[in-house]
Design a protein around this ligand. Structure first.
Ligand code: SIN
Length: 478
C-alpha cells in the first residue's frame, strides 16, 4: 500500500482523543493473506472508558449550535473526499473490493456526511395548539445521547458515515466498533474527523473482537442507542442484550432480495440492472439480488444475455486494473458459497457460465438455471457472486415467490406495464423497491427493511430522526 499520507493508516484504537497502540488483533489482506498490521483487542474496561469519554464530550457537543456542528461535518466531508485515493487503498487492502468500487464507496460514504451536515440545520420542533387557553405546548428535538455504532466489513466506510454523521448532526456522541476484519478504514475516518476539528471523545473507535466490546456497550445504561448493520442472528442477539436498558435500536439486517423480470421488460436494461445489483462488491451486500425470478417468455434470452456478461467479468486482486470482483472476505464466505452451489446442483440446477480455475480466496461468478424454492440459496443469503435463475409463469406466482421469505429488505422488478408497476410495487413486502433499476443506495433515500431485515431507516430525512428524541414542553399560566 503506497499512501500519499501514511498518517491515515493508524495502528491504534481511539479513546477520548488518545490513540492506543497495542498488538492483539491482526488484520489481513484477503487477496494475499498477508498481515496488514495489528491493533488492540480492546477490553470491556476500555469500552467503558470510551463510553465515559463520549458522555463527557456530549456536554459540549450538544451545546454547540446546529450550524457549528454542520460546519465541522462539512469540513470532515471535504477531508474525506480530498483523501479519496488513500482511503480507497486502505479499504481495498483490508476488504478486497476493486479499487474502482472503493473509490465509489468513499464518495458514497462522504455523501452521507454532506447530507447530514445539511440536515443538521433543519432539526425543527413544533408548536402544538393547546387544549387550554393559558397554555402553550412545544415539541422539541433533542439528541438521544451516547450511541454505540457497530458496523460490518462489506462497506467499511459508508456504513460508518451513514450512522455517525446523522448522530453527530443531532448532537450525539459515538462509540464505534468497526468489524474486526476492516478496522483501518474506520480509524482513517476518525483521523480525518480529528483534523476537521471534531473534539476528542465525540468519536471513539474501539478495535477488537466483538464479544467483550459488544457486551460492555449493550449493558451500559449510559449508551442510549445502538445502531447495527449485519446479520439478523447478531441483530436479534444485540436487541436482546439491549432490552434491560431499553435502548433505541436501528438494525439493518440480512436480506434475500428478489429480482423479478417480467416478459414485457426491456431485456438489456434488466440484464444491466441484474449485473449492478448482483455483482456489486462481489455479491457481498445485503441488498444484492439473491433470487432472480424470470418469466417464461423472456427467460432464455435473459439467461443467455446475463451469462455472456458474467463470463466477461474479471476476477482478481482488487488492486489490479480492470478487475470486477476481488477476493471474498474470508474462507467461511467461500465455504458458504460452495455449500449453496453443491446443494443447488444436487437439487437439479445447472451452471450456464463457464467454470474458472481460481485461487482459493476467490469465488467463481456463476449463473445457475433451474433454481428451485427447495434450494438453500432460495431461503438463505448467499453473499457471493451466484446468480440463481428461477422461472415463473404468472404475476401471482412471482409475488408469492418474492414475498416467500422472512426477510424484507430490498426487491427489484422490471416491467413496462404501468399498472403492474404500481400493483406489484405495493404488494412487495420490503423496505426498498427498485422498479427498472438495480441501484437503490444513495444518501437522499430512506434505507432499511421490514420483517427480519430490521428496524429503522438510514440516510434521507428519516435517518436523523433515529438519533433524536421528542420532548414535550408545556408552558402554563400564560
Ligand atoms: C449493506 O450491504 O449493508 C449496505 C449496502 C448499501 O448501502 O447499498
Amino acid at each position: 500500500m503506497k499512501l500519499q499520507d501514511p498518517d491515515l493508516f493508524r495502528d491504534a484504537a481511539l479513546i477520548d482523543g488518545r490513540w492506543i497502540a497495542r498488538t492483539g488483533l491482526p488484520v489481513t489482506d484477503p487477496a494475499t493473506g498477508d498481515t496488514l498490521g495489528e491493533l488492540p483487542d480492546c477490553t470491556a474496561d476500555e469500552t467503558r472508558e470510551a463510553i465515559a469519554a463520549a458522555e463527557r464530550a456530549m456536554v459540549g457537543w450538544r451545546a454547540r449550535t446546529h450550524a457549528e456542528r454542520a460546519d465541522l461535518l462539512m469540513e470532515w466531508y471535504r477531508l474525506i473526499l480530498g483523501n479519496t485515493e488513500d482511503l480507497a487503498q486502505i479499504l481495498t487492502a483490508e476488504q478486497g473490493k476493486p479499487l474502482s468500487e472503493s473509490r465509489g464507496e468513499v464518495a458514497y460514504g462522504a455523501s452521507f456526511v454532506r447530507w447530514f451536515a445539511e440536515e443538521a440545520r433543519r432539526i425543527n420542533g413544533k408548536i402544538i395548539p393547546s387544549p387550554a387557553r393559558d397554555k402553550k405546548i412545544f415539541a422539541m428535538k433533542e439528541p438521544v445521547g451516547v450511541c454505540a455504532i457497530v458496523t460490518p466489513w462489506n462497506f467499511p466506510i459508508a456504513m460508518i458515515t451513514r450512522k455517525v454523521a446523522p448522530g453527530l448532526a443531532a448532537g450525539c456522541t459515538m462509540v464505534v466498533k468497526p468489524s474486526d476484519f476492516t478496522p483501518y478504514s474506520a480509524l482513517a475516518l476518525a483521523r480525518l474527523a480529528e483534523r476537521a476539528g471534531i473534539p476528542a471523545g465525540v468519536i471513539n473507535v474501539l478495535t477488537g473482537r466483538p464479544e467483550a466490546i459488544g457486551a460492555a456497550l449493550t449493558e451500559s445504561p449510559v449508551v442510549r442507542k445502538l445502531s447495527f448493520t449485519g446479520s439478523t442472528r447478531v441483530g436479534a442477539l444485540l436487541a436482546q442484550q439491549c432490552a434491560p436498558t431499553l435502548k433505541r435500536l436501528s438494525l439493518e439486517l440480512g436480506g434475500n432480495a428478489p429480482f423479478v423480470v417480467f416478459d414485457d421488460a426491456d431485456l438489456d436494461a434488466a440484464i444491466e440492472g441484474a449485473m449492478q445489483s448482483k455483482f456489486r462488491n462481489g455479491g457481498q451486500t445485503c441488498v444484492c439480488a439473491n433470487r432472480i425470478l424470470v418469466q417464461s417468455g423472456i427467460h432464455d434470452a435473459f439467461v443467455a444475455g446475463l451469462a455472456a456478461r458474467v463470463d466477461a467479468l474479471r476476477v482478481g486482486p482488487g488492486t489490479e486494473d480492470g478487475v470486477d470482483i476481488g477476493p471474498m472476505i474470508n474462507a467461511a464466505a467461500i465455504d458458504k458459497i460452495d455449500a449453496h452451489l453443491a446443494d443447488a446442483f444436487e437439487l437439479g440446477a445447472s451452471r450456464v457460465t463457464k467454470p474458472r480455475d481460481l485461487p482459493a480466496q476467490y469465488a467463481d461468478p456463476v449463473v445457475l438455471a433451474g433454481a428451485k424454492a427447495a434450494m438453500r440459496l432460495a431461503s438463505e443469503e448467499t453473499f457471493g457472486p451466484v446468480a440463481p435463475i428461477f422461472r415463473f409463469d404468472t404475476e401471482e406466482e412471482a409475488l408469492t415467490l418474492a414475498n416467500g421469505t422472512p426477510f424484507g429488505l430490498a426487491a427489484y422488478f422490471y416491467t413496462r406495464d404501468m399498472a403492474r408497476a404500481f400493483r406489484f410495487g405495493e404488494a412487495l413486502e420490503v423496505g426498498m423497491v427498485g422498479l427498472n433499476t438495480g441501484v437503490l443506495s444513495n444518501e437522499v433515500s430512506p434505507f432499511g427493511g421490514v420483517k427480519a431485515s430490521g428496524l429503522g431507516r438510514e440516510g434521507a430525512q428519516e435517518g436523523i430522526e433515529e438519533y433524536l428524541e421528542t420532548k414535550a414542553l408545556h408552558f402554563g399560566g400564560l
